[in-house]
Design a protein around this ligand. Structure first.
Ligand SMILES: [Cu+2]
Length: 49
């Protein structure tokens, strides 16, 4: 999956994996929208408060 935008604190993309756990740390308050790279239209937002 990839995060939209290039605002400060936007995490790097998460590559496609299988049977793995991948973490990203959000060090900045904000809304970080993302898109699934496998499924068109599967999107979400991580809200950091
Ligand atoms: Cu998906």
């Amino acid at each position: 999956m990839v995060f939209q935008g290039t605002a400060s604190g936007t995490p790097t993309p998460i590559p496609t994996t299988s049977n793995a756990t991948v973490g990203r740390r959000f060090g900045t308050v904000g809304d970080f929208a993302y898109d699934c790279t496998l499924h068109p239209g599967m999107s979400g937002v991580v809200r950091v408060r």
